[in-house]
Design a protein around this ligand. Structure first.
Ligand code: ADP
Length: 467
C-alpha cells in the first residue's frame, strides 16, 4: 500500500511517530500510519490560521467549485476507497460504498447551500442587515464508525462558510481520511484544510488550543463533556453529535412482515455501531411473540464474515475495545433476559459477534438503559401507548427514534411526544445534507447539515444603518 501522510500547510508529511492500524476482520496489521506529535499539531493549527484571512474572502462560487472537484475526484476513486474503508473499519463493501456515495453527495449538496445576507428591518429611517462571518479555524473530530461521511459533513460545513480546518480522524480508522486528505490537498490552497492523526493523545490539546475558534465533534457523550470543558477556556463554539439510545415504537396496527426487516436493518447496519441505530424496540404485547420470532429469524440468517468477502452481510466490530465491551454486555444479559438468536462469538482472530436478539428483559437492564453500540437488540413489550412514551423518554439520551404504524397520522401524534432530535415514521436513518439533524438532551448540542448547520459555523454580524 502506498504510504500515508499527514496534511500540514499544503504538504503531505510523514508523522513524527508512526502507529499500526489493524484490520478488525483478520486481527492483522493493515498499514503503518503516521502519528503527529504536539509540534505537528501546532504547525497544522498555525497553517490554518495563516490561511484563514484569504479563504474567508474567497467567493462562495470559488469555494463551491473546489469542493465539487474534491467530490468528483472521490467519486472517481470510489472502489479503491471502499476497499480501504472496509479493511480498516470492518463493515461490508456494500455499506462502505453507501457511506462513500453519501460523502460524494454531501460535499456537493452542502456546498451548494449559501447563507445570504438577510434584511431584518427596513423602514424610512433605518435598515438592519444580518450578515454572517466565518469564525476562524475549526477543529473537526470524527469517530471510527462512519469516518468518511462525517468528515465530509464537517469539512464542507466549515469550508463553504469561509473557515479553515484542522481535521483529526479517530486513531483506529485514519487511513481513508488520510487518503482523502491527498485529494483535498490537490484542490484547495495550502493551509485551508489540514489533517493530523493521533493515538488518542492530541484531542485535548487540539480542543483547548487558543487558536481554535470552533469544534465540530462526533463521538461519545463522555468525550463530548470533556470537550465542553476544553472549549470553555476561550468560549469556543461547539457542534456536538453524541451518543444515542434510539427507541423504535411499533404500534399495534403495524404489518410486522414489512416492519421487522426494516427494524433489523436499522439496528444491525454497521454491526450496530451507529449513533442513530435502533437500540431498543417496543412492541404492543399482542404482537410481541411474533416480532421476536421474526427478528430472531433474520438474525439467524445473517452472514457474518470479513466485509471484503462477497455475500457478507455483517462485518466485525471495529476494534478490540468495543468488541470486549459488547461481549461483556451480552454475557451480563444472559442473566437478565432470554437470548433468542445470536449470543455467540465466532472463532477467529477478527472481532466478530453474531447478531443477537434479547427478549423478556427489564427496562432497568444495562442493555436497555445504556448505548450498546453493537449488534445486540433488546425487544420489550407494552400495553399502553402513554406508558411506552414515558418509558422511551426516560433516558438522558435524545438523538433519534422511529415510530412504525399503518396509520401515519397516528404515528405522527406519537412522534411529536418523543424527546429527540429526529423521529422517523415508517423509515429509518433518512439523512439529507439539506435537512438539519441534532440531538436533544445529552445527545448533543447544535445541529449539522442544512442552512442551520452551516449557520453554526458563522458569527451573526448585524449591520445597523440609520438612513
Ligand atoms: P468512542 O468512545 O466512540 O471511541 P470517543 O468519543 O472517545 O469515541 O472518540 C471520538 C473522537 O474523539 C476520536 O477521534 C478521539 O481520538 C477523540 N477524542 C478522545 N478524547 C478526546 C478529548 N479529550 N478531546 C478531544 N477529542 C478527543
Amino acid at each position: 500500500m502506498e504510504a500515508f501522510n499527514l496534511l500540514i500547510d499544503g504538504q503531505m508529511k510523514p508523522g513524527a511517530m508512526t502507529m499500526k492500524i489493524t484490520n478488525p476482520a483478520t486481527g492483522k496489521i493493515l498499514a503503518e500510519c503516521p502519528r503527529a506529535d504536539e509540534r505537528q499539531l501546532n504547525d497544522a493549527i498555525a497553517a490554518a490560521k495563516r490561511a484563514f484571512p484569504a479563504w474567508a474572502k474567497t467567493s462562495h462560487a470559488a469555494k463551491r467549485t473546489m469542493i465539487h472537484a474534491i467530490s468528483d475526484a472521490l467519486a472517481a476513486r470510489l472502489e479503491e476507497f471502499a476497499q480501504l474503508l472496509t479493511s480498516e473499519q470492518g463493515k461490508p463493501l456494500h455499506e462502505t460504498k453507501k457511506e462513500l456515495n453519501g460523502a460524494v453527495a454531501i460535499l456537493k449538496i452542502l456546498s451548494n447551500l449559501e447563507l445570504e445576507d438577510k434584511v431584518l428591518k427596513d423602514t424610512k429611517t433605518e435598515k438592519v442587515i444580518r450578515h454572517r462571518t466565518p469564525l476562524g479555524v475549526v477543529a473537526t473530530i470524527t469517530p471510527w464508525n462512519v469516518p468518511m461521511s462525517l468528515l465530509a459533513v464537517k469539512m464542507t460545513s466549515a469550508l463553504i462558510t469561509g473557515n479553515t480546518v484542522v481535521a483529526k480522524p479517530a486513531p483506529t480508522t485514519p487511513l481513508s481520511s488520510l487518503r482523502f486528505a491527498e485529494i483535498c490537498n490537490a484542490h484547495l490552497p495550502a493551509g485551508v484544510f489540514n489533517m493530523i492523526t493521533d493515538a488518542n493523545d492530541l484531542g485535548d490539546m487540539l480542543t483547548s488550543h487558543p487558536d481554535i475558534a470552533k469544534i465540530s465533534f462526533t463521538g461519545s457523550t463522555a468525550t463530548g463533556k470533556k470537550i465542553v470543558r476544553s472549549a470553555a477556556s476561550s468560549l469556543k463554539r461547539l457542534t456536538l453529535e453524541l451518543g444515542g439510545n434510539d427507541a423504535a415504537i411499533v404500534l399495534d396496527d403495524a404489518d410486522l412482515k414489512t416492519v421487522a426487516p426494516k427494524l433489523f436493518a436499522g439496528a444491525m447496519a454497521n454491526a450496530g455501531q451507529i449513533c442513530l441505530a435502533i437500540k431498543r424496540v417496543y412492541v404492543h404485547e399482542s404482537q410481541y411473540d411474533e416480532l421476536c420470532g421474526e427478528l430472531a429469524k433474520l438474525a439467524d440468517a445473517t452472514i457474518v464474515d470479513d466485509g471484503l468477502k462477497q455475500g457478507t452481510q455483517m462485518g466485525p466490530l471495529q476494534n478490540k475495545m468495543q468488541y470486549d465491551k459488547v461481549r461483556a454486555l451480552i454475557e451480563e444479559t444472559r442473566h437478565e433476559g432470554n437470548i433468542v438468536a445470536g449470543g455467540t462469538f465466532p472463532e477467529g482472530p477478527g472481532y466478530f459477534i453474531r447478531p443477537t436478539i434479547v427478549r423478556d428483559i427489564d427496562d432497568r437492564a444495562r442493555l436497555v438503559r445504556e448505548e450498546q453500540f453493537g449488534p445486540v437488540l433488546p425487544v420489550l413489550s407494552y400495553t399502553n401507548i402513554d406508558d411506552v412514551i414515558e418509558r422511551v423518554n426516560d433516558t438522558e439520551y435524545g438523538l433519534g427514534a422511529t415510530v412504525w404504524s399503518a396509520d401515519s397520522d397516528r404515528a405522527l401524534s406519537v412522534a411529536r411526544q418523543i424527546d429527540s432530535g429526529t423521529v422517523w415514521i415508517n423509515t429509518h436513518m433518512m439523512l439529507h445534507p439539506d435537512i438539519p439533524a441534532g440531538g436533544a438532551k445529552e445527545s448533543g448540542m447544535g445541529v449539522e447539515m442544512g442552512m442551520e448547520g452551516l449557520a453554526e459555523h458563522t458569527q451573526d454580524h448585524i449591520l445597523y444603518i440609520v438612513k
